[in-house]
Write a protein that binds this ligand. Structure first.
Ligand code: FPP
Length: 240
């Protein structure tokens, strides 16, 4: 059963809190452009928004928060932008691991992040290791992640294990998200309304919420608006 809580804005309003929220954090570049700033400043502002939303989701009692930080398609960007994004992620993970520890948050990485530089991979692995016994919210960061790649990777694991016929459960348990419940709610910022190769298998029945707000401006108030929208939806899963 989804947990229900009272919001700050309306004490009588009951919010349903999904067990798993997934977010496509889009619009960093446009946020920077509007201010005449380089794109990397948009990503830095996006990093700040990300950290605050992690804290907000944790306080609200969300079980799993998944963010799309770097897609398999992001390699098409300039080498300058790629290296600033990767170094930002490296910096954030090192800086915020103690805070995640304090909040009892564990970390899962989705995708083939071994494609990043050795020091970043080491920092990511160390953070996962440090946080692995935490029992509160699980933060999942999708890094060099693509939904199609996730499925292909899973099928190859199953073939290697000797399987010749597979069931849905086999695929689900070989995905990067193995053991994690499917997200009930997907949020995408910046006015774009598509999945862009994010969690394709896992979002078969997810509720989708789109907002024009650019990711660096997405805050607790915007999160509550998304949860209010989600709370009013009836999920039938193909039934009546
Ligand atoms: C999309 O905006 C955003 C990304 C490709 C990267 C998301 C990364 C962060 C929010 C940085 C921090 C993340 C972590 C996990 C520390 P865009 O560049 O596509 O924006 P645009 O569509 O306006 O150009």
């Amino acid at each position: 059963m989804p947990q229900k809580i009272k919001t700050d804005s309306n004490a009588n309003e009951q919010l349903k809190i999904p067990q798993h929220i997934a977010i496509i954090m889009d619009g960093n570049g446009r946020w920077a452009k509007k201010r005449g700033l380089p794109r990397k400043m948009g990503h830095s502002a996006g990093g700040e928004a990300f950290i605050k939303i992690v804290g907000d989701c944790n306080k609200l009692g969300v079980g799993y928060l998944t963010v799309f930080a770097f897609s398999t398609e992001n390699w098409k960007r300039s080498s300058d932008e790629i290296s600033s994004l990767v170094s930002l992620m490296h910096k954030y993970i090192v800086k915020h691991t103690p805070k995640l520890m304090e909040l009892n948050i564990s970390l899962r990485l989705l995708g083939d992040y071994s494609a990043f530089d050795a020091l970043t991979v080491k920092a990511l692995d160390e953070s996962v290791e440090k946080l692995k016994h935490n029992t509160g919210m699980t933060l999942c960061i999708a890094l060099n992640y693509g939904g199609r790649d996730d499925i292909v990777h899973a099928v190859n694991l199953l073939i290697k294990s000797g399987k010749t016929v597979v069931a849905e459960e086999d695929i689900a348990s070989a995905l990067y998200t193995s053991g994690i419940p499917d997200p009930e709610l997907v949020i995408r910022t910046s006015g774009e309304e598509r999945m862009s190769n994010f969690l394709l298998w896992q979002t078969a029945y997810s509720e989708l919420y789109f907002t024009d707000v650019l990711w660096p401006d997405f805050d607790r108030k915007e999160l509550i608006a998304a949860l209010e929208s989600y709370s009013g939806r009836i999920r039938r899963f193909g039934g009546v």
